[in-house]
Design a binder for this molecule. Structure first.
Ligand SMILES: [Zn+2]
Length: 176
């Protein structure tokens, strides 16, 4: 059973708002959250690659790992994964391996690329086993979806004198 569309919209609104706050605090604009069939959202995950030196600690994977580890574990199998930015190939694969039933994203990968996060190469390299969940993933855009991404760019443009193109290449290695 998948969650009610209105429940998913509300959970995505919260995820986008959380991403906006996370960007203001110095983080990346990616947030992942699972919504179980009964509509119960999991704890939000954010990218922890820098803090943990774990290259797989993407927002969606952090959300799934947290749900698995939590006492009274939030169900991952059959849940809908909401992501403020479309998951990368690694996250699609991880979600599929853990039984996530559906993926909805607020900002698609092509749009994320415009704002400095281009991880689309991974989709073709990922192999066919990871494609089904990506094929059924659908956008769930809403007012303010793009704000965490545009704000991230504003903040990091202000902080650096490096050309943005150089910054793009740096950030592109740290997808969602
Ligand atoms: Zn990812």
């Amino acid at each position: 059973m998948s969650a009610d569309p209105a429940v998913l919209r509300t959970a995505m609104e919260h995820a986008v708002a959380f991403a906006a706050r996370h960007v203001e605090a110095g983080g990346l604009p990616f947030v992942g959250v699972l919504v179980a069939g009964d509509g119960q959202p999991s704890a939000a995950g954010v990218n922890r690659v820098r803090e943990t030196a774990d290259p797989t600690a993407h927002a969606e994977i952090v959300a799934i790992r947290t749900a698995i580890a939590a006492p009274g574990s939030h169900p991952v199998a059959g849940a809908t994964l909401l992501a403020t930015g479309e998951p990368c190939a690694l996250c699609y694969g991880f979600a599929a391996e853990h039984g996530v039933a559906a993926v909805r994203f607020a900002v698609d990968a092509a749009t994320a690329a415009i704002w400095g996060f281009d991880y689309r190469d991974g989709y073709s390299a990922a192999g066919t086993g990871r494609l089904p969940l990506a094929r059924t993933a659908r956008p769930l855009p809403m007012a303010g979806s793009l704000a965490p991404f545009t704000r991230y760019r504003e903040l990091h443009r202000a902080r650096t004198t490096e050309p943005l193109r150089t910054h793009d290449r740096t950030t592109s290695k740290e997808p969602s």
